[in-house]
Ligand binder design. Structure first.
Ligand code: HEM
Length: 551
């Protein structure tokens, strides 16, 4: 008898006081308790709300709207692996109000990356991040069919002739950097007994931008790096962070700097284009601006100057963090595995060594005959793929193939359906670190790539097989690659077109470094930092070096 019970003391007094509480008190109480109620309601709703038989399982989360974002943001691999154990390869999670269906494993990647562009749309997932940085009318700010033509134009600029010129330029830049940068002062002192050190990310970021600007970006951009271009780049880069991915526009100084830098950088490139058009025969250029100037869309329209400018910015941003991350992880691992570094050095001696202990210069063709260097880069990209998750916006209801995942009951035709207006996410890193596929999956072991009958070689064949399935999405025939457990450059329609350039750049830089210095790591190889858009190493990431020989 609740009424009788509450009529007795001490409850009667409380009840009376609650009844007499002023409205303002009620309002404050409601406000204070609203989040608690929302959390409780959200938790209860997940347990009792009727669920469509076709809905993939939803990852339980306490916080409404935020959903699983905190766990995912701090440790996406741990989060996905735990969800995989609980729910299987297909599940939906809430990430800051977005409903994201994650599809794991080789079949899961194939589902997202091999899907039709009318169903799975990259623009819808990325444009709010990329358009304010790249600028209008390119990449994800134009119809997909137009972007595919733009990808073709970029491919035209990545010629063997240009690549041949790049190897020498890159080695030159590394040489100059090591002879002048204060981080390499111990190297400059020509003392082979002393150890110096450099921060893996900071040093590799600088070498990456110096080499990319000298080659793909062109002479004017390289010269600009010593002047105002560096600041513009830094301001623009400040608009390429996880916060920008979450919120396209905020009233913050970093957003204002981003917008000002975008405009100035766009003008900077347009100015280069105009000057080159005015003096067509002044000198030979091997860069992308020169190639884009000549390209025309289907129907005959030339690329407009601002489109060339914005594509150049897109290429700068696409290559900068990905190559920096790969280089940073590579030097960290080499420094922690002197045996691998020694094999890499020996490979250089055998192919390039002169009788007096010096090295001949590298040529583009040499890069195909350096299996140790190749496997070091491949293995780094397996364990630390810079872009570890790939998202698409879902534009129509898409059934999940039963071979990937299906509800246990046969209702709803026995398939899951990813609903329109939500998102899908593939996570190549999960397959690349899957212990069911790779031996010692989490160990960085480049030698796994030299076993031609092994898992790694098989995965690579599926990814790149020249004789395999080829598709032309509008930028020339490419291997489909969507069914490989190794996809550091993505797969399908949005596959990276910078792969060959990245290999050339990273390979030449690593070779030039190991020729000049020995590396050691005083700490363990750092863990992944998931708070950056691209997978970077956490602190400490200081690499020790010692000059190899006197000059
Ligand atoms: C696309 C990785 C370097 C230009 C991609 C994608 C990945 C990737 C995973 C697919 C993204 C998606 O499907 O949403 C990498 C890695 C690199 C690298 C790991 C270096 C180690 C470069 C460089 C350039 C570049 C140097 C430019 C020269 C592009 C472009 C796309 C792309 C234009 C196409 C985006 C699309 O079609 O939506 N890259 N990339 N990348 N990358 Fe790279």
């Amino acid at each position: 008898d609740w009424a009788g019970y509450l009529a007795n003391e001490p409850w009667a007094g409380y009840v009376e006081r609650v009844k007499q509480m002023p409205a303002s008190r009620w309002a404050i109480l409601a406000l204070v308790n609203a989040p608690v109620l929302a959390i409780l309601f959200n938790a209860l709703w997940q347990k009792i709300a009727p669920r469509k038989a076709t809905d993939p399982p939803v990852v339980f989360h306490w916080l409404p709207i935020i959903g699983s974002a905190i766990w995912y943001g701090n440790d996406p691999i741990g989060f996905f692996q735990t969800c995989q154990e609980r729910y299987g390869d297909v599940f939906t999670c809430i990430l800051l109000g977005r409903k994201v269906t994650v599809t794991l494993g080789v079949k899961g990647s194939n589902f997202v990356l091999g899907g039709k562009s009318t169903a799975f749309n990259a623009e819808g997932a990325y444009t709010h991040l990329t358009t304010p940085v790249f600028g209008k009318d390119v990449v994800y700010d134009c119809p997909n069919e137009v972007f595919m033509q733009q990808k073709k134009f970029i491919k035209f600029g990545l010629t063997t002739k240009n690549f041949r010129a790049y190897v020498r330029m890159i080695e030159d830049e590394v040489d100059e950097f090591m002879r002048k940068d204060p981080r390499f002062v111990t190297y400059q002192q020509n003392d082979i007994n002393d150890w110096g050190s450099f921060d893996a990310i900071a040093a590799m970021a600088e070498i990456t931008i110096l080499t990319a600007s000298r080659t793909l970006q062109g002479k004017e951009v390289r010269e600009g790096l010593n002047k105002s271009f560096s600041q513009l780049y830094s301001d623009l880069d400040g608009g390429f962070t996880p916060l920008n991915f979450l919120f396209a526009n905020l009233p913050l100084e970093s957003y204002r700097k981003r917008d000002r830098a975008q405009k100035k950088m766009s003008d900077f490139y347009v100015d280069i284009i105009k000057r080159r058009r005015a003096n067509p025969d002044a000198e030979t250029h091997y860069d992308m601006i020169e190639s884009l100037k000549e390209q025309t869309y289907r129907g005959g329209a030339a690329l407009r100057d601002h489109e060339i400018a914005h594509l150049m910015i897109a290429l700068l941003m696409a290559g900068q963090h990905t190559s920096t991350a790969t280089l940073a992880w590579t030097v960290l691992h080499l420094a922690s595995r002197p045996d691998v570094a020694a094999a890499l050095y020996q490979e250089q001696v055998e192919r390039f060594g002169n009788a007096d202990g010096s090295f001949r210069a590298m040529e583009y063709e040499d890069l195909r005959h350096l299996p140790v260097l190749d496997s070091v880069i491949r293995e780094t990209l397996r364990v630390h793929p810079p872009i570890h998750n790939i998202m698409r916006q879902v534009r129509e209801d898409v059934p999940v193939p039963a071979s990937l995942a299906a509800p246990s009951s046969k209702s709803g035709n026995g398939v899951y359906v990813v609903p329109k207006d939500t998102y899908v996410l593939a996570s190549p890193i999960i397959s690349q670190l899957d212990p069911r596929i790779w031996v010692n999956a989490h160990t960085w072991e480049p030698s796994r790539w030299s076993d031609s009958a092994g898992v790694a070689a098989q995965a690579l064949r599926t990814y790149t097989d020249e004789a395999g399935e080829k598709i032309d999405y509008g930028f020339g025939a490419v291997s489909k690659g969507t069914e490989s457990p190794y996809q550091p450059f993505g797969a399908g329609r949005h596959r990276c077109i910078g792969e060959q350039f990245a290999y050339l750049q990273i390979g030449t830089i690593v070779a030039a470094l190991v020729r000049r210095v020995e590396l050691r790591l005083p700490t363990k190889v750092p863990e992944h930092n998931y708070h950056t858009l691209i997978l970077m190493p956490k602190d400490p990431k200081s690499v020790h070096y010692r000059r190899r020989r006197f000059d």
